[in-house]
Design a protein around this ligand. Structure first.
Ligand code: ZN
Length: 206
């Protein structure tokens, strides 16, 4: 087994305990320690890590296993941008949103609760939050607080609504270059939002 051990570049036995490993990393030979959880034995009798984690060794029972590293769940981070779906306006000064993706539009594993206060809904003073967002809108927002419910802001130039729907007929609204309001191409309705420059739908000028 010496040959196989040398070929696999095994770490010194005394350094195994506490070693951070990745799947496939060689740990020892099967003669040295009996495999427990989080490891596997290859065809040459080398015990290898099966998961990302930390090596644990019991020198008395001569067992080795890998404790999986707790996977850090991806979460919204303060100061970063996220995408959120506005689903409710319980008061004229407050909108509720479900954060569903990070700034690269990579979806989170589930939703996080977000809150947009009227003071953070626009770079202008508003009388009602409806002047900036409405339920159904998808917004790009900056995260202001470190934990849920996340306080969100649309104040920055790049933040705001990226997709909105007509309050009358439900069709998607379009941005018209040079015009402040979003337009429904189906029913002609015009609506105000705090629009992000990343708004998805734009009408071409004829
Ligand atoms: Zn419409």
């Amino acid at each position: 087994m010496e040959g196989a051990a040398a070929a696999a570049q095994l770490p010194p036995l005394e350094r195994l305990e506490g070693l951070r490993v990745y799947p496939g990393d060689p740990l020892c030979t099967i003669e040295e320690f009996a495999p427990g959880d989080g490891v596997y034995v290859d065809e040459k009798g080398i015990v290898r890590a099966a998961v990302v984690g930390v090596v644990r060794v019991d020198y008395t029972s001569r067992r080795i296993w890998v404790e999986p590293a707790p996977l850090k769940p991806r979460m919204p981070r303060k100061g970063r941008s996220v995408y959120a779906h506005v689903y409710g306006v319980p008061r004229e000064d407050l909108a509720l949103a479900r954060i569903f993706a990070d700034e690269r539009m990579v979806p989170y594993n589930g939703y996080f609760n977000g809150v947009i206060h009227i003071s953070q809904a626009s770079d202008r003073m508003l009388k009602s939050i409806y002047e900036a967002v409405k339920p159904g809108d998808i917004v790009k927002a900056s995260v202001l607080s470190p934990q849920p419910p996340y306080m969100l802001s649309l104040k920055k130039p790049q933040d705001g609504v990226v997709l909105a729907f007509c309050s009358r007929c439900g069709s998607p609204l379009y941005r018209v270059p040079g015009r402040p309001l979003l337009v429904c191409l189906k029913c002609g309705n015009e609506e105000q939002r705090k629009v992000s420059p990343n708004y998805l739908l734009t009408v071409r000028r004829r």
